[in-house]
Design a protein around this ligand. Structure first.
Ligand code: SF4
Ligand code: ZN
Ligand code: ZN
Length: 296
């Protein structure tokens, strides 16, 4: 199998490219994303979890920094999950050392007084909310333009199907490569530069560039159904891309979700209730209320 651009051996079937042309193609795709969504000269908060997606996007953005005049800060949240957090932090430090950047570490225990293992009931649903809250608050306080997320094409395909299977149409409105920053609402937008790249491409890019990423799973990841869905997915790259392009078109015809945004009485950040879920969770962990698994 030969590369579609030269006579060298191809390392991937779709797109059919050799090592050199694949790396060029991959980085060009991220560059096009920056152009398309006008991210030149922006201040970006890059969150590294230690997983392959965040590691790869951290590395590529550091390579494109000069060309696009990006201002970057790398951010790691110490969640306090035994072994997993230590391993992830080690990876995040390795990556930032490799690209010559400092790593900002946010210690959940030190700053907020609790860790994820204090939450026994559905820890993943709290963990996601907690990370989103911390990132948004930090990005707002430090005047970032956007938060960089590591979501890839396979994640988006999963998200779309999961919501379609659950007849959860309003959630579909939330898919997409970018959400806008609304400073008056203290909401910092999120960008997903890996949105049009598959997991296979990301893994290959990480391997070709000798990028370390965490090999072990968080002990709570069994809770997630995503892996099962992915392993059963047999769509081609083109089908996945067509699916997200179609959904992005359909989105234009869906009514905008009308959510009344208030500001939390305790922390002042956006919420739909009087006190935000983060503040309520913090209070509950202090009282030890989330220590017990709920009876079904
Ligand atoms: Fe957090 Fe769950 Fe992911 Fe573990 S698996 S890092 S608890 S969201
Ligand atoms: Zn080639
Ligand atoms: Zn709050």
């Amino acid at each position: 199998m030969k590369c579609q651009l030269c006579k060298s051996e191809a390392i991937l079937r779709s797109p059919r490219l050799c090592e050199t042309h694949f790396i060029e193609y991959f980085e060009r795709k991220i560059g096009k994303f920056i152009d398309k969504y006008r991210l030149k000269n922006k201040k970006l908060l890059v969150t590294i979890s230690g997983g392959k997606d965040s590691v790869v996007i951290s590395y590529v953005l550091s390579k494109l920094k000069e060309k696009y005049n990006l201002s970057l800060e790398y951010f790691f949240i110490r969640l306090g999950i035994p072994y997993f957090t230590e391993k992830s932090e080690e990876i995040a430090k390795n990556v930032t050392d490799k690209i010559g950047y400092p790593l900002t570490i946010y210690d959940l225990k030190e700053k907020e007084g609790f860790v994820i293992p204090d939450i026994k009931y559905k820890p993943c649903s709290y963990c996601g909310m907690i990370r989103r809250y911390i990132l948004n608050r930090y990005a707002y306080e430090n005047e970032f333009d956007y938060i960089v997320m590591g979501h890839n094409l396979d994640d988006e395909v999963f998200f779309i199907f999961n919501n379609l299977f659950g007849k959860n149409i309003p959630q579909i409105q939330r898919t997409g490569p970018l959400t806008e920053t609304i400073k008056e609402k203290k909401l910092i937008g999120r960008i997903k530069p890996l949105y049009y790249l598959t997991e296979e491409e990301i893994l290959l890019y990480a391997k070709l560039n000798n990028l370390p990423y965490i090999g072990c799973a968080c002990p709570n990841s069994i809770e997630s159904t995503q892996k099962k869905f992915k392993s059963n997915t047999v769509f081609t790259r083109e089908q996945k891309l067509n699916l997200v392009y179609s959904i992005l078109e359909i989105k234009k015809y869906l009514p905008e979700e009308e959510i009344e945004i208030k500001f939390c009485e305790k922390c002042g950040y956006p919420t739909t209730s009087n006190v935000c879920k983060f503040c309520r969770t913090k209070e509950k962990t202090q009282k030890g209320e989330l220590k017990q698994k709920r009876k079904r």
